[in-house]
Design a protein around this ligand. Structure first.
Ligand code: HPA
Length: 248
């Protein structure tokens, strides 16, 4: 049976040019979701086609449910972030290893009633080490400089942070800050999927420069390589033993 995998593209990452994709609308209990796909690869833009939905309004449950209904078990996702660790250069993708959830007020679980189970997902290994390792290996083959390991502070947005918030997140061990990892990743884990995250910084966190300056040039140069890296990583780990979070 063909294994179906998925790429969730964040800000700035749209389907690879030159790929033959067909559009499909998936009707989930939460909303209709449009995806672009081949037979074995689904491309979902987190913010909907044309980037029409801001981070705090993304219907994360609909997006993950749509992938679940398509039979997706493994996801690579991208995130545009701010760097809050001076060692984390702009435009060098980070293969994420952990997160801190500062988001609130979002529909963050599929476990709404106890008859569905208690929904205590074990997030001790949030990102799949097999998929993450494949991202690192495939990036190397394409001469794409990446950093392995980094902690993502997930905020609500849409505003950027204050300098004091950035200092606090840094003290708590975060390396990058963004508005969309949560609840997307925890929801995917609730559906028994394995997930790897590729974050690229487009600015320094608030207070690290006089004002937020978004830098797109360096990122434009690596977007295609990031996509190619994810496609190859998903292809070359087909049938590999990926990490799925236990649910208690
Ligand atoms: N903060 C939060 N989200 C972001 C940032 C940031 O500095 N840059 C890109 N997404």
């Amino acid at each position: 049976m063909t294994e179906i995998t998925a790429i969730i593209g964040g800000t700035g990452i749209y389907a690879l040019s030159g790929m033959k994709l067909r559009s499909e609308i998936i009707k989930t209990p939460y909303a209709d979701v449009t995806v672009e796909r081949t037979d074995d690869l689904v491309f979902l833009h987190r913010h909907a086609p044309n980037h029409s939905v801001p981070p705090h309004r993304v219907n994360y449950r609909a997006n993950i449910k749509a992938l679940d209904m398509l039979g997706v078990k493994r996801i690579c996702a991208t995130f545009a972030v701010g760097s809050i660790n001076p060692d984390f250069e702009l435009a060098v993708p980070v293969i994420l290893s952990d997160f801190i959830d500062y988001s609130s007020g979002r529909e963050h679980s599929f476990f709404d009633t106890i008859d569905q189970g208690k929904g205590h997902v074990d997030v001790s290994v949030p990102f799949c080490p097999v998929l993450s390792g494949a991202l690192e290996a495939e990036a190397k083959k394409l001469n794409l400089k990446v950093r392995r390991g980094g902690v993502y502070a997930s905020t609500n947005g849409p505003r950027f942070e204050t300098p004091a918030e950035i200092r606090a997140y840094r003290q708590f061990g975060a390396d990058v800050v963004g508005m969309t990892l949560c609840p997307e990743l925890p929801l995917a884990l609730e559906r028994g999927m394995s997930y790897a995250g590729f974050a690229f910084s487009i600015n320094w966190g608030a207070g690290m420069t006089p004002s937020i300056e978004l830098v797109h040039d360096g990122v434009d140069a690596i977007k295609d390589k990031m996509l190619r890296t994810m496609i190859n990583a998903l292809k070359n780990t087909k049938n590999a033993e990926c990490t799925m979070a236990p649910i208690h």
